[in-house]
Design a protein around this ligand. Structure first.
Ligand SMILES: C[S@@+](CC[C@H](N)C(=O)[O-])C[C@H]1O[C@@H](n2cnc3c(N)ncnc32)[C@H](O)[C@@H]1O
Length: 242
């Protein structure tokens, strides 16, 4: 298992820390029925790739929660630069216990972070935070094939053993009483945009022996995606608490 500290150091300053794009964030947002003045939280917000878009487009306050205080510092600097600091409320916290009152949110956003809890456990904890009628928009790593290539299976068995298919993830959501309002696969260009950002960091830190292992691991993730990315990816799910 990879140690976390070198990874955080390598990713420091990255504006996006997982596959995604503003276009995909907006596509998911269009699927979300929202009241006026919605109460919003972005869980595992990183440096704000989606939180800043939500604050700008919805013109509403966004609670932006992450365990990584350095990423929140970067988010705060970006919010100030973009004139959004009055709407962004950064908070250091834990995805499993975010300290948000039950039934208080109209919109729970989370890109690339539910993997740290597992889909079923994450939905079970987070649905309690939604008001009746509230929605979650969440990306999660997902199998696109029932029989993926062995090397992809072996890698993801280590990274995310609970990874499910689209049908399996939808079944889990429904079993937890959530209504599926829509879902779509992140386009491959969202992955390549992310890998480009990662490679820029790898080049920046190349030669730092303490990061050699994480740099090699990032490059092999990209190579795995190149060979087997047809068999997995991220799915954006929009789910409503009835
Ligand atoms: C793949 S990154 C995605 C970040 C951001 N949503 C984005 O798309 O750029 C996952 C984020 O989850 C955060 N994270 C991981 N485990 C966490 C936990 N237990 N509590 C809070 N945040 C956590 C990491 O610090 C990281 O910022």
């Amino acid at each position: 298992m990879e140690s976390f500290a070198p990874l955080l150091r390598l990713f420091q300053g990255m504006t996006r820390k997982g596959p995604g794009s503003e276009a995909s964030t907006l596509r998911a947002l269009a699927l979300c029925p929202l009241p006026e003045n919605p109460v919003i939280a972005d869980l595992g917000c990183g440096s704000g790739a989606s939180a800043l878009v939500l604050a700008r487009v919805l013109q509403a306050p966004v609670l932006a929660l992450d365990a990584d205080g350095t990423a929140l510092d970067d988010l705060w600097a970006l919010a100030q630069a973009q004139g959004l600091s009055s709407r962004i409320h950064p908070r250091t916290g834990d995805l499993a216990d975010p300290g948000i009152a039950p039934e208080s949110l109209d919109l729970l956003w989370s890109e690339g972070a539910i993997t740290h809890l597992g889909w079923a456990e994450g939905l079970r904890i987070w649905r309690e935070l939604l008001r009746p009628g509230g929605v979650m928009a969440i990306t999660d790593a997902t199998w696109f094939e029932d029989d993926p290539p062995g090397e992809a299976r072996r890698a993801w068995a280590e990274w995310y053993p609970a990874m499910d298919t689209e049908a399996g993830s939808l079944r889990t959501a429904r079993d937890l009483g959530l209504k599926a309002l829509g879902h779509f696969r992140l386009p491959r260009r969202d992955w390549w945009a992310y890998f480009d950002l990662v490679e820029a960091q790898c080049l920046k830190w190349e030669g730092d022996e303490s990061l050699a292992e994480v740099i090699a691991a990032r490059r092999s993730e990209r190579d795995l995606y190149l060979r087997t990315g047809h068999s997995y990816g991220y799915v954006f799910h929009v789910l409503q608490r009835p």
